[in-house]
Design a protein around this ligand. Structure first.
Ligand SMILES: [Zn+2]
Length: 337
């Protein structure tokens, strides 16, 4: 969670006024990538804060604020599809074990228990459902029942990029809180502050949504790094370990290790079955590469990567980490004949 985006100041004033006549359910609606969830989290924290500044903004120092930022406030609940809360690794599990992309009826039903307990210090309870259109039919009907007899002292906030997909009966029970796209000037200014050189290019591609534009810019950079990295390691004997480590210095170490794990998975796969899973188009090249390599060495290297990944979340010196991982890779790939 970050503090409010600059284009949300006016919206915050609207929320301050609204607080005096607190509705039971709110529908925050607007385009994707304008910071609706972040705004809702700020609203929730300000409601739960024990000593809000100017009686509205969260103080960031009381125990309630501390619990909130640690995601452990007992009177707050964020409901999202399981797929949005699990780590990248989990998402790659085989088909039937994939985490749900929908919000389920069990998740909505858990609200009944949540709302029936007395709240901490007799304050508010806050629920955020994000994105609300991810509720499946059963979940939506369960929510409708709750909205028909809303629990006391509880604010339910629905966040939606596509409110027209919600049941009309749900929409009619929520007070609408529309969140417009920021002005172009605002969006460009913010992206420039984030050190993006060509904001307009990315804004145009993302329907002028600043957060999506930022994401796209970051992704295209990562995309480029990924291809460069794979090109380099596909020639193990030629790779300049130090230059490549330097090139990668702004890449997240976990990401780089993940690429190498996929690459090694295919080296082993090709060696044993002749088939690649991730680098299908490079099957011939991989077969050539692994022809004279001992598969046990790659297996050993792979277990090193697993350990390295665990330690790579907070490396003291990412460049040194890259160097040792790449040198070990070169060794593992040395011809045994
Ligand atoms: Zn506080």
């Amino acid at each position: 969670m970050t503090k409010l985006y600059p284009w949300q100041d006016e919206l915050w004033q609207r929320w301050v006024v609204l607080r005096d006549h607190m509705p039971q359910a709110l529908l925050l609606k607007g385009a994707e990538g304008i910071g609706k969830l972040n705004f809702a989290l700020n609203m929730a924290q300000s409601l739960l804060c024990g000593q809000p500044l100017n009686s509205t903004a969260a103080c960031q120092t009381c125990s309630a604020c501390h619990w909130f930022t640690q995601q452990s406030h007992p009177d707050f609940k964020l409901i999202q599809p399981a797929a949005m809360t699990v780590a990248e690794d989990e998402k790659e599990k085989e088909d039937d074990k994939k985490p749900a992309r929908q919000i389920t009826i069990e998740q909505i039903r858990s609200l009944t228990d949540f709302a029936s307990l007395s709240s901490h210090q007799n304050g508010y309870r806050v629920v955020i459902i994000h994105p609300a259109e991810a509720m499946n039919n059963n979940a939506a009907n369960a929510l409708l029942k709750i909205l028909e007899e809303p629990p006391k002292q509880t604010l339910i906030m629905l966040i939606s990029h596509r409110p027209q997909r919600l049941l009309p009966t749900i929409r009619s029970r929520c007070l609408a809180f529309p969140m417009p796209l920021p002005s172009l000037e605002m969006a460009v200014g913010w992206l420039q502050q984030q050190k993006l050189a060509t904001p307009m290019d990315f804004l145009v591609q993302t329907g002028f949504s600043p957060l999506l534009a930022m994401q796209l810019a970051e992704n295209s950079q990562v995309h480029e790094q990924y291809h460069h990295f794979i090109r380099e390691i596909s020639q193990p004997e030629k790779v300049d370990v130090y230059a490549l480590s330097d090139y990668l210095k702004n890449t997240e170490p976990v990401k780089m290790i993940h690429w190498l794990q996929q690459w090694c998975y295919d080296l082993i796969g090709c060696k044993l079955t002749g088939k690649a899973r991730y680098f299908h188009e490079q099957t011939d090249l991989i077969n050539k590469l692994t022809a004279k390599v001992d598969v046990h060495r790659i297996l050993q290297y792979q277990s090193k990567l697993t350990i390295a990944k665990r330690e790579a979340l907070h490396p003291l010196n990412p460049k040194l980490l890259y160097e040792s991982i790449l040198l070990a890779y070169q060794q593992a790939m040395q011809s045994t004949t």
